[in-house]
Design a protein around this ligand. Structure first.
Ligand code: MLT
Length: 405
């Protein structure tokens, strides 16, 4: 038989949401009638706005017409969509030529790993979206693996807690090749300010590090003073890649569409162009996002599409308010939920997998234990605000009862 990729064996546990799915399945095996409500994985539930569905439908119909059918597109995406994103999302401060359309932020995070050498070091916010570490490990960035702690010398954890307003202490950050930052943050819901991003960009310049900025939740920012992109900071094009997505913005979790910004100003330490390598990787591993999805993306960035998507995001933010009220009335403190679809609840010293299991079995609620996002996540529980209103109202009541008892 073929030998296993040894790096995958280094990953301590199942991918977080796979483990949660397994525990959910375990409960359903015992109690098939359990009326479970999902506050776990952040998956959209509301229909895609009509203007976007029309565009998706029109493109699908064209594929059934002998005169309008189209096959392969450019791997980097259709130019009109790249231009539309440059204009609508970046007010043309980013060139369309630096934007690469993809099938979502998560696959791009995986493909980005191929850009970097095996011995690259990285810093991640702790807690953080597990995909940053998992894709790094799978592609061999396992230098200094310690089998006792399950941690790696190559990976620096940047604790993000209420005490530092969930912003890493950047002054104390040892130099790493890569710095992963997610804002609005999954899982804490915190959004970094202009000042904080400015400091980050400054440190990346000073240390000659590359920032991977995950902006997948930017559509949820309602406070106009908060930055929606790393490129709102001067000089960021020389030190940052940004990944983003239509998934949560326009309900495309199943449609699959996202983009990455890989500016031409980025260079490796040997002087070669990061963008040129990215084009090579994308063209080799990928044959462009679906042409149907891209037609939907074009409609999503039309004025009407953006307005409808904003209503969709507002709906989930209203859900977050309902959940927050329930948590607070049970005497718990929670963070996030104002400019992000996640609530990060301080669970008063209880172990997060224990509370997860208690809520699963006693209240039939699926949540996400903070420990699944990194060591500093222990002692917290993440609640996703994606859900249908009646289910969220019911979940809020169950949460209040379970946490009060
Ligand atoms: C989450 O719940 O963290 C996200 O939905 C997962 C993802 O986007 O892959």
């Amino acid at each position: 038989m073929v030998s296993r990729n040894p790096e995958i064996a280094h990953l301590q546990a199942n991918y977080l949401f796979v483990e949660i799915g397994a525990r959910k399945k375990g409960l359903l095996a015992k109690n098939p009638k359990a009326d479970l409500i999902n506050l776990g994985i952040g998956d959209t539930t509301e229909p895609i706005p009509a203007v976007i569905v029309e565009a998706l439908t029109k493109k699908t119909k064209q594929l059934g017409s002998s005169t309008e059918y189209t096959g392969y597109g450019k791997a980097i995406g259709i130019q009109k969509l790249r231009e539309g994103i440059a204009q609508k999302m970046y007010k043309n401060s980013i060139s369309a030529d630096d934007i690469f359309i993809s099938d979502g932020a998560k696959p791009d995070l995986g493909r980005l790993q191929i850009l970097f050498g095996r011995h690259s070091t990285l810093a991640v916010q702790d807690p953080s979206y597990p995909v940053y570490i998992a894709t790094s490990v799978m592609t061999g960035k396992t230098k200094g693996y310690n089998s006792d702690s399950g941690q790696y010398d190559a990976i620096v954890y940047m604790p993000c807690k209420p005490e530092n307003s969930f912003c890493p202490n950047l002054e104390q950050l040892p130099r790493t090749d890569l710095i992963y930052i997610c804002s609005p943050n999954n899982p804490t819901g915190a959004v970094l300010t202009h000042q904080q991003l400015k400091k980050l960009v400054h440190i990346a310049h000073k240390n000659r590090s590359l920032i991977i900025f995950d902006a997948a939740y930017a559509g949820f920012i309602r406070d106009p003073s908060l930055p929606r992109s790393i490129y709102e900071v001067e000089g960021a094009e020389e030190v940052a890649i940004e990944v983003s997505s239509f998934s949560k913005l326009a309900g495309f979790t199943g449609v699959r569409l996202g983009w990455s910004v890989v500016p031409r100003q980025l260079h490796f330490d040997d002087g070669s162009s990061v963008q040129q390598d990215w084009i090579q990787i994308v063209s080799t591993f990928f044959n462009s996002a679906s042409n149907i999805a891209q037609a939907g993306g074009l409609a999503a960035i039309s004025d009407e599409g953006l307005q409808q998507s904003q209503i969709l995001c507002d709906y989930y933010l209203d859900n977050a308010n309902i959940l927050r009220d329930a948590i607070e009335s049970a005497g718990y403190t929670c963070f996030g939920g104002d400019n992000a679809p996640y609530l990060w609840t301080d669970i008063k010293g209880e172990k997060s997998w224990e509370l997860f299991d208690r809520l699963l079995h006693k209240a039939h609620l699926v949540t996400t234990p903070g420990a699944g996002f990194g060591p500093t996540g222990e002692g917290f529980l993440r609640l996703s605000a994606f859900g249908k209103r009646d289910q969220i109202v019911e979940a809020a009541q169950r949460l209040k009862n379970a946490l009060s008892s």
